[in-house]
Design a protein around this ligand. Structure first.
Ligand SMILES: [Zn+2]
Length: 664
């Protein structure tokens, strides 16, 4: 599932996509997608709906669910089905008894089959119904009347459970079946559905449009839209085959749409080449469908629903690329559960950078990753919970956020650097070939990358996806002359991110580039894995600069301080008053000359509770205050603490420690 909101960087006057994800409405209780007692697998949905185009209600509908039993004693079948009035139910061609069980989103239609179905045998349940859907189908008076399906309920529940509100189904996130739609509307309307357009029949002065999706599709990608659409035709040729592209737009948007959507074939070609397999629904179609101005786009299988405006230019090119890439990552390879939603959104967000690079002639990949992906995440890392959380299995209320979009896109970028370009893209192709038209989970993706690369990557997936946050490096570098044409560069790397909220100390290879006065740039790779770690590099010319991760291959915040040789100190004093203290304490540091100082408060177990200085350059007299609170502004309990001052760097680091008594 994807809702892609406008990117702040692209349109600064609009809220960004992450912050728009949630309405101010009260969130409903977490729905149960499906319980585990359902011992059957759905093979096909045949959904016929007669629509009232004045309000989007269902005049009457008939849905047939064909499934195969997975047990030898199947006599009753439970389907997700919420709200609508049931008129009749059939099982295997005969009227069947049924009951409605449960409340709200968990409402079940429980059907007696009238016989016992053995494992491997198929059965068909038909349900006739009518009414107004509470969710799933929406009506707008836009364009003279527009009815569309959206699987994410308007209360922004995390799970895409809209399907159960308009047809009886096994509404499990991963469960896929083929489907067909027969949507009947009055003359003057056009209908678009998933898959191939088969035909339109006249039925009692109305028109019945028939679409067939012959590839497996999860319930939450089954959609249709109806309005007075203009249909624009295009085509996509790959190899020696050609498939149709259609766009359903408002008549007044036609001229703009011809320009805005004109690169659709190029985007399809780019991803077909990149993922080693042509557009997954080549035997059917592709296209965009204009919805009312809703602020999002949604990558439904074989047609993207477009709730943004259509300018007569390529302003939304990158969003088109994002949604198109979902046809591979989401529609074809569908995540096994909502826990793995990053396999959709992280991939599609990363594909923005890949396509941007292609579109901008190979110069914008790194710019796009840094500006639109990494920096975006770093600006929203705690959204919406106020603290970092893991990308895999994000907490309730945090499923559609930068932690499942931009952070995992950054993870793919880092993975690419670790395994190398050719292995990375080979691994994507291998993963795709293994799971196309099926489901995959996070560990299966990891296994695919490990199989192709020959590397063990548990450490990487664990720290970046199963744990939270990102590293915050504070680096200090210096050099000394060792002899003729011999210089030693020293780098101290400290990871200062808090360990709260399951944020790890990160193990990462990091590029270090040393620039010398002779004009050379020498690349080293460090394996950083500790809170504080020292590295030494020999160079043969006087160093003039050190660059930490110069090409931004690592998602991080970092500061880098160079220590000039003149930054020497001769004496340091630490004075604290009053002692003991209750409200506020003054700390005075006196140095002769200049030095780098770090100062923190530790409890009696040695845990750092408050950092007051971190490698700050100080000279002469420097004073600061401590209010008895920890790093999060919480008042610490009364007792004994230690103030530790560290001065200098590398092997010349010295420290002074003073005992402090905090009184209640
Ligand atoms: Zn998406």
């Amino acid at each position: 599932m994807n809702i892609l909101f406008l990117m702040l960087l692209m349109q600064p006057n609009l809220p960004d996509r992450g912050l728009l994800h949630r309405s101010s409405g009260v969130k409903s209780a977490q729905p149960i997608m499906f319980d585990s007692t359902h011992l059957y697998d759905v093979l096909h949905y045949d959904i016929s709906v007669v629509l009232d185009m004045t309000d989007g209600s269902i005049q009457n509908a008939w849905t047939e669910v064909t499934a195969v039993s997975e047990t030898d004693s199947l006599s009753r079948v439970n389907l997700n089905f919420v709200g609508l009035d049931v008129d009749l139910v059939w099982a295997n061609g005969s009227p069947a008894s049924y009951e409605r069980i449960g409340l709200g989103a968990n409402q079940i239609l429980s059907v007696e089959l009238g016989e016992v179905i053995s494992a491997g045998d198929t059965f068909t349940i038909g349900v006739g119904y009518h009414g107004s859907s509470l969710e799933g189908i929406y009506y707008s008076n836009y364009n003279g009347g527009l009815v569309y399906v959206m699987s994410i309920p308007w209360d922004w529940t995390d799970l895409p459970i809209g399907a159960r509100y308009w047809f009886p189904c096994r509404d499990a996130f991963w469960d896929k079946a083929t489907s067909e739609l027969r949507i009947t509307v009055p003359p003057g309307y056009e209908v678009v559905g998933n898959g191939s357009f088969e035909k339109v029949d006249t039925v009692e002065n109305n028109l019945r449009y028939h679409f067939v999706e012959s590839h497996p599709i999860p319930t939450w990608y089954i959609v249709f839209a109806v309005s007075d659409y203009a249909i624009l035709s295009d085509s996509f040729t790959y190899g020696d085959s050609t498939m149709p592209i259609y766009h359903w737009v408002r008549h007044p948007d036609s001229a703009n749409a011809l320009v805005a959507f004109s690169n659709a074939p190029d985007i399809l070609t780019f991803f077909s080449d990149l993922f080693g397999d042509k557009y997954p629904f080549f035997s059917e179609k592709y296209g965009y469908v204009k919805l009312p101005p809703l602020g999002w786009a949604m990558e439904n299988q074989t047609n993207v629903f477009w709730g943004l405006n259509i300018p007569g230019n390529h302003y939304y090119e990158i969003i088109f690329a994002h949604e198109t890439s979902h046809q591979w990552w989401g529609c074809s390879v569908t995540p096994h559960s909502i826990k793995d939603i990053w396999l959709n959104e992280g991939f599609a967000t990363y594909c923005e950078a890949l396509y941007s690079d292609h579109w901008q002639d190979g110069i914008s990949y790194h710019d796009y990753v840094v500006s639109n992906i990494m920096n975006y995440y770093l600006g929203h890392e705690n959204y919406p919970l106020g603290h970092p959380y893991p990308t895999y299995d994000p907490p309730d209320g945090a499923v559609w956020t930068p932690t499942t979009y931009e952070k995992p896109a950054s993870v793919l970028h880092m993975l690419r650097h670790i395994v190398g370009d050719s292995v990375f893209f080979d691994a994507l192709r291998f993963y795709y070939s293994q799971y196309k038209y099926a489901n995959a989970n996070t560990s299966q993706f990891q296994a695919a990358v490990e199989a192709v690369s020959g590397l063990t990557l548990n450490w990487f997936f664990d720290e970046w996806l199963h744990k939270a946050g990102h590293p915050k490096y504070e680096c200090l570098w210096s050099w000394e002359e060792m002899g003729t044409d011999s210089f030693g560069v020293h780098l101290e790397v400290e990871q200062v991110q808090s360990s709260e909220w399951n944020v790890p100390v990160f193990k990462m290879p990091i590029d270090i580039e040393i620039v010398t006065e002779s004009g050379d740039s020498i690349l080293f790779v460090i394996q950083d894995s500790l809170r504080t770690q020292d590295f030494d590099f020999p160079v043969s010319s006087r160093p003039s600069d050190l660059l930490f991760d110069p090409h931004n291959w690592v998602l991080k915040r970092a500061t880098l301080t160079g220590v000039e040789e003149s930054a020497k100190y001769t004496d340091v004093r630490l004075r604290i008053h009053p002692a003991p203290f209750r409200e506020s304490m003054c700390i005075e540091i006196s140095v002769e000359g200049e030095t780098l100082a770090s100062l923190g408060m530790y409890d009696i177990t040695g845990r750092l509770v408050r950092r007051l200085l971190n490698k700050k350059k100080v000279s002469d007299r420097y004073s600061l205050k401590w209010d008895g609170c920890d790093n999060y502004g919480r008042r610490l309990s009364a007792g004994i603490y230690f103030c530790r001052l560290q001065i200098g760097h590398g092997s010349s680091t010295r420290q002074k420690i003073e005992k402090i008594v905090l009184i209640p």
